[in-house]
Design a protein around this ligand. Structure first.
Ligand code: ADP
Length: 481
């Protein structure tokens, strides 16, 4: 791997400020062509325990620093990430597949959480409370919860880590992270830069491992861990929540979605198409906020489909490192097969493929950007999270009815509304049972705003003041006479 800064290619686990081998190694491959990129130490449950012990030992000193002292270290980390953004983006594209420009975007986005929480931790104000008894004085202080453990997915190998680790570290917590085995290189490079930035040993630890259940058990059940935070599938999230119950850990869960994208007849169709493409085909559709169901008003349905078809047909498919590529491979063959299964199921149930609908010759993990019409709410494609470059369009005729259909899912992460009518837009934004609703845009996530879901899409928020609050315990202090 050609990097301007070869120090960024780390192949060992990072525990207590040391780089440690595992009993064996994990192959890290380029999803675009199967090429072997690196072999990374395969960490174990015992490594996870050592990491928790290190984080626990490092906690008293880290929490005792002033917010300004922690912020200074975090800002150095932020700056080092920005200085190495090109290399980090290249590593990310090679192991994950997204186009280089998107990877660079993720690095900058990921770093922005570190910068923002470094600033925000200086404002961890408590309160003085008007007393109920003249002989008593009441106040609150906010203190870091303690050791935080994180399990993160492969779709945003950088940002899903910084979104958790930055507020935790800023608050004064120490962290142990288990990144996805598909994308350990981006994760370990972050640790290298954290070390260079001066994060004390044990404050940040990372264990990559194929024994996800074994490592997961330690991270969710060790009594020294105060909080567990997870981004991944709803099924695994539910399992991990159950594991957290035995020691009543605080939890944040960012799970699956089934995002509706509603195009009203008063929408600006060019805006709607651009937003749809952005939410649907970014990262080859592999984001938890990717549009999953596109509802278009019958009066504009055909025109919208023509425009969307033209936009999808223009997409350049290829290796993420090649110039101008807008859609890369999906993460592995299983993912491509899942998408194809949804397409075949929809066709069998009467849907029509307007574009794509098949694997591509570029490599075994490539699936064509696909547009399907004639979809119904009963099809699997409308009920399951697609996580691929597949846009399924349905018609609607009535506002109340489309809102009801959009809400008819156990998920509640993101939803999109396209309308130029401010009263309707407001009405629908408020009626949608989702943690996040974007109106007339397809990209909304930022470090300054709370990201997260309702219903089975999760618990808690990442980003914004809400994201910071997740890592503090509020202590009520009562002073008697
Ligand atoms: P995806 O299907 O997108 O890979 P997962 O929920 O399976 O989503 O994976 C997200 C993260 O959860 C990854 O880091 C993965 O290794 C981890 N994971 C999967 N299963 C378990 C488990 N049983 N215990 C702990 N972690 C797990």
């Amino acid at each position: 791997m050609q990097l301007a800064n070869p120090n960024l290619l780390k192949l060992q686990n990072y525990i207590n400020g040391e780089w440690r081998d595992g009993a064996s190694t994990i192959d890290v491959r380029d999803p675009a062509n199967g090429e072997l990129l690196a072999q990374v130490a395969d960490g174990s449950a015992a490594d996870a325990e050592a990491a928790v012990a290190a984080a626990s030992a490092a906690f008293p000193a880290w929490k005792s620093k002033t917010a300004a002292e922690r912020a200074a270290v975090l800002k150095r980390w932020y700056q080092l990430i920005m200085d190495n953004a090109d290399d980090l983006a290249r590593i990310l594209t090679l192991e994950q597949g997204k186009p280089l420009a998107e990877a660079k975007g993720e690095i900058v986005y990921g770093a922005s959480f570190i910068e923002w929480f470094a600033e925000e931790c200086r404002r961890a104000y408590g309160q003085t409370i008007p007393t109920h008894n003249p002989a008593m004085r009441l106040s609150t202080i906010r203190q870091p919860v303690g050791v935080v453990t994180c399990i993160t997915p492969w779709n945003f190998p950088n940002a899903m880590i910084t979104r958790k680790a930055a507020p935790a570290l800023a608050a004064g917590c120490t962290v142990v992270i288990k990144p996805a085995v598909e994308t350990p290189l981006s994760a370990l490079a972050l640790c290298q830069l954290a070390e260079e930035a001066g994060l004390p040993k044990g404050t940040i630890n990372m264990v990559v491992g194929t024994d996800a259940p074994g490592i997961g058990q330690v991270l969710t059940q060790d009594a020294r861990v105060a909080k567990f935070t997870f981004t991944g599938s709803t099924n695994v999230g539910k399992l991990l929540m159950a594991q957290c119950a035995s020691t009543v850990k605080k939890m944040s869960m960012e799970l699956g979605g089934n995002a509706p994208f509603i195009v009203f007849d008063d929408a600006d169709l060019d805006t709607a198409v651009a937003a749809c493409v952005a939410t649907k085909f970014r990262n080859a559709g592999q984001t938890c906020v990717s549009t999953n169901r596109i509802y278009v008003h019958e009066a504009v349905h055909d025109e919208f489909v023509v425009k969307l078809r033209a936009a999808v047909a223009e997409m350049k498919i290829g290796h993420g490192c090649d110039d101008g590529v807008s859609v890369g491979p999906v993460i592995h063959r299983r993912a491509a097969e899942r998408v194809n299964g949804l397409v075949q199921d929809a066709i069998a149930a009467g849907a029509k493929v307007e574009l794509g609908g098949d694997y591509l010759p570029h490599g075994e993990n490539y699936y064509a950007p696909t547009l399907i019409t004639g979809v119904t709410d009963e099809m699997r494609i409308a009920r399951e999270e697609i996580f691929g470059p597949l846009a399924p369009v349905q018609k609607f005729s009535d506002e109340d009815d489309v809102v009801r259909r959009a809400n008819e899912t156990p998920y509640g992460l993101a939803a999109y509304v396209m309308s130029e009518n401010i009263r309707r837009a407001n009405r629908v934004v408020e009626a949608l049972e989702y943690g996040m609703v974007a109106c007339n845009t397809g990209v909304f996530s930022t470090a300054v705003a709370p990201f997260g879901g309702s219903k089975e899409s999760g618990i808690g928020r990442e980003g914004g003041v809400e994201g910071m609050a997740e890592f503090y315990e509020t202590k009520y202090c009562c002073f008697g006479a």
